[in-house]
Design a protein around this ligand. Structure first.
Ligand SMILES: NC(=O)c1ccc[n+]([C@@H]2O[C@H](COP(=O)([O-])OP(=O)(O)OC[C@H]3O[C@@H](n4cnc5c(N)ncnc54)[C@H](O)[C@@H]3O)[C@@H](O)[C@H]2O)c1
Length: 334
């Protein structure tokens, strides 16, 4: 049994998506190493796995090389919300680019498969709708979101160059907005923002007129998609979009959260941040065809599980959203 067990590395494993992925991998019998520098991730997210002999954690920054023997690598390390990735934009770009080089180098040496958690942000503010994988995007390379968008685009380039040059076994998925339990309560993403504001009876902040669209995928569906992608043969490199194609105005999401929480919060409007995309919706034909994957969890089911999570979290912290450790400039930033 132990000889056939896969050794799987998850970078960013203590984050929102990473912790759910670690949980599913351990449950499926793999040996999982969670690597994280805890910039936005939290030990609490994986605390329930710590007693399991098939799970271990390592505090490590992916901008430094890592020497371990692995069969599969999921590269998720990178702050994902604007408030966090804009906090230290140089470190964000380094995490994407140098982190990708380090994980690709590791995959090259150990002949491991390596999956990159890319993002719909590589499409920027799209002029093609819904976004298919062959759309090359509309990204402002100079704006405040560029450290993330261009960092992720460069990481994709590196993945395909390692594949062409070294036959590295790569997989690239482009993740669209995903939500669920263990999102950071203060990361400014719409779902967590609206739920926390509604539960605390605070004003719900909508940027612009709230008519910009997004499509929301529940975390369980997304993690299933990541694992399906990893299981594909070496000829399947991606990129493949993973997300829920049910598109809605952000305002509709706010109203749904208000109704589901029974909150009396008011909706207030604020100016749209620079380079905020006006519409975002994945074309998931490739995921359906190649991975036989479609999201199964509808918005109300996913929201009710997420609301229950934040409700518990707030109750544990006297009704206030916990701040956790304030992000500090990375020791590695130069
Ligand atoms: N959640 C989404 O909707 C979404 C959408 C598109 C892409 N993604 C991608 O998925 C991945 C995970 O996103 P998430 O939503 O779980 O975000 P998250 O912030 O919860 O998780 C990122 C994790 O990476 C860790 N990390 C950051 N920099 C690191 C470094 N230099 N070294 C080691 N660890 C580091 C953080 O501490 C955190 O645990 C990210 O790469 C993100 O770009 C997420």
């Amino acid at each position: 049994m132990s000889l056939t067990r896969k050794r799987v590395l998850v970078t960013g494993g203590a984050g929102f998506l990473g912790s759910h992925l670690c949980e599913r991998l351990v449950a499926s019998g793999d040996d999982v190493l969670c690597v994280d520098n805890y910039f936005t991730g939290r030990k609490d997210n994986v605390a329930h796995l710590l007693g399991n002999p098939r799970f271990e954690t390592l505090r490590h920054d992916v901008t430094f090389p890592l020497y371990v023997e692995m069969d599969e690598i999921y590269n998720l390390a990178c702050p994902a919300s604007p408030v966090h990735y804009q906090f230290d934009p140089v470190q964000t770009a380094k995490t994407s680019v140098i982190g990708a080089i380090n994980m690709l180098g590791l995959a090259k040496r150990t002949h491991a498969r390596v999956l990159q958690a890319s993002t719909s942000e590589v499409y920027g503010d799209p002029v093609v709708h819904p976004q298919t994988e062959d759309y090359r995007g509309n990204v402002n390379p100079l704006g405040p979101r560029a450290c993330y968008d261009e960092g992720k685009r460069c990481a994709e380039t590196l993945f395909f160059d390692y594949h062409r040059q070294h036959a590295t076994r790569i997989k690239v998925v482009r993740i669209f907005n995903t939500y669920g339990p263990r999102m950071h309560p203060k990361d400014g993403r719409v779902v967590s923002n609206f739920i926390v504001q509604a539960l605390q009876g605070e004003d719900i902040t909508l940027f612009g007129d709230g008519m910009q669209t997004r499509a929301f995928c529940f975390v369980d569906d997304l993690v299933r998609g990541l694992m399906r992608m990893m299981e594909t043969g070496d000829d399947v490199t991606g990129p493949i979009n993973l997300g829920n194609p049910v598109e809605m105005p952000v305002r509709h999401l706010a109203e749904t959260v208000l109704a589901m929480t029974g909150s009396r919060s008011r909706i207030v409007f604020r100016p749209l941040p620079q380079d905020d995309p006006m519409q975002r919706c994945p074309d998931i034909s490739k995921a359906k065809q190649i991975l036989d994957w479609t999201p199964a969890v509808d918005l109300k089911t996913g929201l009710s599980r997420t609301i229950a999570y934040f409700d518990r979290l707030l109750a544990e912290h006297g009704g206030r959203a916990p701040t956790y450790t304030a992000p500090t400039p990375m020791a590695t930033a130069i």
